[in-house]
Structures are given as C-alpha cells and as structure tokens.
Design a protein. Sequence first.
Length: 306
Amino acid sequence: MGIFDNLDLLRAFATIVDSGSISAAARKLRLTQPTLSRQLQALESRSGTALLRRDTHRMSLTDTGHQVLADAKALLSMVEECESRLRTDQVALSGTIRVFSTIDFGQTVVSRLISSFIQANPAVRVELGYSNRPLHMIEEGCDAGILAGSLRDERVVSRPLGDITRCVVGSASLFKDRRKPARPEDLSSFPWVALSGSQFGNPKHMTLHSGTEVRTLDLDPVFVTEGGASIREAVRMGLGVAVLPEWFVEEDLISGRMVRLLPKWQAKPWAAQIVYPAQRQMSARVKAFVEFATQYMATVLKSRPR
C-alpha cells in the first residue's frame, strides 16, 4: 500500500507534529501512546525513511517529513471540505440539477414544475434541456428527465407520473369543403401530420379506442416532425389532422380555431414518467426533485391505474 492510502496514519502524523509530542497527540486523538507510536512507525515504513527525528528533549521533521506533512495536510483538508460539502448538501438543498424533457412537454408543464420547485428551494439552480432522445441526455450527464412517451432501458430507473390524454383534432378551415369524419375509418382519407420518435410509437399507425372498441388505422402522413408545436401550427393552417395532447390544444379548441374530431374516440394515452440513471448515486437535491415532480404531476395528470 502507498503512503497516502490510509488517512488515519496521515492524520496521526499531522497531529503529532502539531501537538509537539506523541503523548500530547495521543490525548488529542483519544488514543493510547503505544497505538499512536505504532501508527507513526507504519507510516515511516511505507515512506521507506524516517519522517521525524526524535531525542529526549525534542522532535523535528526530516526533509521527507516536511514534504509528507505538507501533502498530508492538503489531502486531509480536501477530505474535510468534501465531507462538509456533503453534509451541507444533505441538510439544505443547493447546487445545480441538470434536467431534460421531451420538447413540448418541457416548454409548458415541466417549466411550470421547475419554477415551483425553485420557488420552494431558492438555493437550487436548474438547467433544462429539450430532447426527444432521452438516452442521449442521460449519457450526457443529466440528473433526471421528465418524458412524455414510453422508455424502457436497464440504464435508467423510471417512475410513472400519470397519463397524458390525447385527442384527434383538425382546423375549422379544413372542413369548409370537407365532411367531418363520422367513424375512425373515415380518418384514413384525410392528410395527417404526425410525431416522430421511438417513444411515441410508429407515426404510420394510429390506434383509437372508445370504451372497449379499438380501431387501428394505417396512415401516410404528409408531414412528420419531432415537435408538437410544429404539428399544432400545421394543423392550425389546415394542412391536415393530427393527434395531440388535450392540454396542448385546449386554447385552440375553446377559441374554435380547432375542432375535436370523433369526440367519443381517443388515442392511446402517453405515459408520463420521470427517469434518472440507474447506476449513479443521487444527491439530496436530485432525490428531492424526483419526489417533488411525482407529487406535482399527480395534480396535473390523470393517475395511471394500479
């Protein structure tokens, strides 16, 4: 073993020098004098040379002793600082949390969640990134992610937050010269705008349900994009119909800019979830954020059936 592998030996050596004698250091460390002498001998044995010159009246450092003492004190100071920082982190939430979210969910619901968390914990700072490629963000070192859609991977832990309900919508202008669909099969004749991303499913297939009835449609989207805002703008312009989260188009439906198609039918809900690395130790602030997000989303989203 190396000379700096045992902090107890280094602490014993530094205390002996600071105290001026082995007996004084033993009292300070609450050890017996023979025990402290053995620790000094063990450190000198690892060093391969004497660290202290001792006679009946005084002790002094050798040249190697001076060097080892300086390094030992620097190392012990660093350890003390790290331990103090860890204790502070566990008592008072502070520091930076790196969070990511799927794009549109992050710009709305997640942004409000984070604002509420910071207001409750003013010493915390949050960096929010947007990506529909969650595993990439985990690999980049993010602490946690809040996602719409499914994600199953052994590298992350996933906790459900609730369901994001979705509905079929179209612009009112699209139906000036078209008849609204009366049944799911009628939707196949309309141009579609769809969302890409593995966690959102295949954009060329859409499953709708009404009670126990289920219909799966084969689609040929005219526009496929990663962003829900892009889909919403295209639908507003009358490009086609789409399935979007209810909260995302609520204002459009109230204003009449969009209409909900087949009100008795819904697309399969997306699972909202918070994820974090499986193999990484979470700090107190990240643990607190995960718990806060879970409770916050319970008031915003429909709970998943147990």
